[in-house]
Design a protein around this ligand. Structure first.
Ligand code: RP5
Length: 163
């Protein structure tokens, strides 16, 4: 399966958080590749990877980083592919990463999701939603996923019972 989503993380210490993204992409049957690349520690390699992503068939880029989280912003600056940012809680409960990821200047957006593993999962769902605009199989999988979630919540609701 060829990779359609690139998942980048600023450090191997972000891997546990970003695993949620990978697992969710697997659940939708979407091909991915992941790399450890840092806006600060490997700026040249990051730019090289991002600026050639489109020609390698990548459609969406997900970046997870903590602290002064500039990876998603640096990626967005180097491509016109959509970039989704996952703030990782490496310090200050992830508030530093959230602000660094979300506060992009006009013209260079980063679609920023929730802090941590919930955000990593939602980054994958959002990437699938973007690709589903031109992929009816993925659109159906999204509908099925919503239906499964609804069923699961209603099952737990009925299990609660009454006094
Ligand atoms: C960021 O700094 C990384 O994304 C990571 O969340 C944080 C800490 O990195 P390490 O010191 O654990 O490599 O660049």
């Amino acid at each position: 399966m060829s990779a359609r989503v690139a998942v980048l993380m600023g450090s191997i210490s972000d891997k546990e958080t970003m695993q949620g993204c990978i697992d969710t992409l697997d659940r939708f049957g979407v091909g991915w590749e992941w790399r450890v690349l840092s806006a600060h520690r490997t700026p040249h390699e990051t730019h090289e990877y991002i600026s050639t992503a489109r020609e390698r068939g990548i459609q969406v880029i997900v970046c997870g980083a903590g602290m002064a989280a500039h990876l998603a912003g640096a990626a967005a600056a180097a491509t016109t592919l959509p970039v989704i940012g996952v703030p990782v809680a490496a310090s200050l409960d992830g508030l530093d990463a959230l602000l660094a990821t979300v506060q992009m200047p006009p013209g260079i957006p980063v679609a920023t999701v929730a802090i941590g593993r919930a955000g990593a999962k939602n980054a994958a769902v959002l990437a699938v939603q973007m690709m589903a605009l031109s992929d009816s199989d993925l659109a159906q999988k999204l509908e099925d996923d919503r239906a499964a979630m609804r069923k699961k919540v209603l099952a737990t609701d009925s299990e609660l019972g009454v006094a």
